[in-house]
Design a protein around this ligand. Structure first.
Ligand code: PEP
Ligand code: CO
Length: 393
């Protein structure tokens, strides 16, 4: 923590005093300021009371009495058919929950990657095709997917459009849930100007992100003294921490202390994403490092199992299942509750991951490879995963 922080109380804009990775560069400062002012006065995407409810549910997970099913697109898009997507995704959650619920023997907490999952961290700042090099695509909230200088320019006005789409998506989700189990919203807390503008106080003066019920810290932006950690340390929402293979035990302990100094149940969800091969070696010391803390541990079996074949990303169902299986086994050995899964999944018949009843080989991926970023399980693969997960539980 920077020493200044000891004196300067947290505020939604304090992240600006910290080094920030993965943020866009907006050349037009005036346009950015206008967008920020607009968003500050715009409608919240979610209700603070619902974000508070999610904290209570996650506290149950941390206590070993509930299970998180989190999933959705790697990245949402501006041309998504919002109402239809919500309906289809809700149905997929229902199908998976019907398989899982009896085996879990405890409430399922449903959380979608939706209504704000627009900004993507990237491994490389640029993309090269032939001799042309352009800024990388960073998600529709920042720039466009098209391979042209105009599309790839960082445009602050895209935040306004993302916000509107998110408000609509969250509204449809909350209408759809009347009489059903709620589906909470979540996204990576990456684009800090957007998050800052949508951070508001509750009646007790506490700060909440109103961009989504749960925000998570990405694996590339988890520097202890960094801007993203600083921002997430001040909000009351459930906060996820992606734990990749380079995370060390001391680092995780320090992150937990920084993001949740009072060790409140329901505040932190630790999301392992190591890759099937590395899971056991990497997870065990991390489980130890935070043993006794009130955290929920879940597994993201997607992001550590990405391969590149002929320039295209793919994931294998068997590796995904192997990481889940290893996670459950390690948690059992350590006496820790295996608290859930975090998936990239689509309710559509996409062909982005291999196996699990889906495409057999890389050439079968051509038919419906539609993701804007990472490969998702399709509907059938997601249901198959839930079936096998139920057996493991
Ligand atoms: C993601 O969840 O889409 C993502 C980028 O994850 P990670 O930060 O774990 O790589
Ligand atoms: Co992803």
């Amino acid at each position: 923590m920077a020493r200044d922080d000891d004196m300067k109380a947290w505020s939604p804009d304090r992240w600006r005093d910290h080094p920030a990775r993965q943020l866009p560069h907006y050349p037009d400062r005036q346009a950015l300021a206008a967008v920020e002012a607009h968003l500050h006065d715009a409608a919240p995407v979610i209700a603070i009371d619902d974000a508070r409810r999610l904290r209570e549910q996650v506290a149950e997970v941390a206590g070993g009495n509930a299970f998180i099913l989190q999933g959705g697109d790697c990245a949402e898009n501006f041309d998504d058919a919002v109402a239809e997507r919500v309906a289809r995704l809700s149905r997929l959650f229902d199908e998976m929950a019907a398989l899982l619920r009896p085996e879990v023997g405890a409430p399922l907490v449903r959380i979608a990657r939706i209504a704000g999952q627009f900004a993507k961290p990237r491994s490389a700042p640029t993309e090269k095709r032939g001799s042309v090099e352009l800024p990388a695509y960073r998600g529709d909230i920042i720039n466009g997917q098209g391979f042209s200088a105009a599309a790839r320019a960082h445009d602050p006005h895209r935040m306004v459009r993302a916000h509107l789409q998110s408000v609509g998506t969250a509204a449809i989700l909350s209408v759809a849930r009347h009489g059903q189990k709620p589906i909470y919203t979540s996204h990576e807390g990456l684009l800090l100007p957007y998050e800052e503008a949508l951070t508001h106080r509750d009646a007790d003066g506490r700060w909440w992100a109103t961009s989504g019920h749960m925000l998570w810290l990405g694996d590339r932006t988890r520097q202890l003294d960094g801007a993203h950690v600083d921002y997430l340390s001040g909000i009351e929402n459930v906060v996820g921490i992606k734990c990749g293979p380079t995370m060390e035990a001391g680092e995780l302990a320090a992150l937990c202390a920084r993001l949740d100094p009072e060790d409140t149940p329901g505040k932190l969800v630790l999301i392992g994403r190591f890759g099937a091969d590395q899971l056991r070696a990497k997870l065990t010391p991390l489980l130890d490092a935070v043993k006794g803390r009130n955290v929920a541990w879940i597994i993201d079996p997607m992001h550590g199992n990405t391969e590149k074949v002929e320039g295209r990303k793919l994931r294998r169902f068997d590796a995904i299942m192997a990481e889940i299986e290893g996670f459950i086994a390690c948690c059992r050995e350590a006496g820790v509750h295996a608290g859930g899964v975090h998936l990239e999944m689509s309710p559509d018949d996409v062909t982005e991951c291999l196996g699990g009843g889906g495409p057999q080989g890389p050439s079968d991926l051509d038919r419906a490879y539609r993701t804007a970023c990472d490969p998702r399980l399709n509907r059938a693969q997601s249901v198959e995963l839930a079936r096998r997960l139920a057996m493991l539980l």
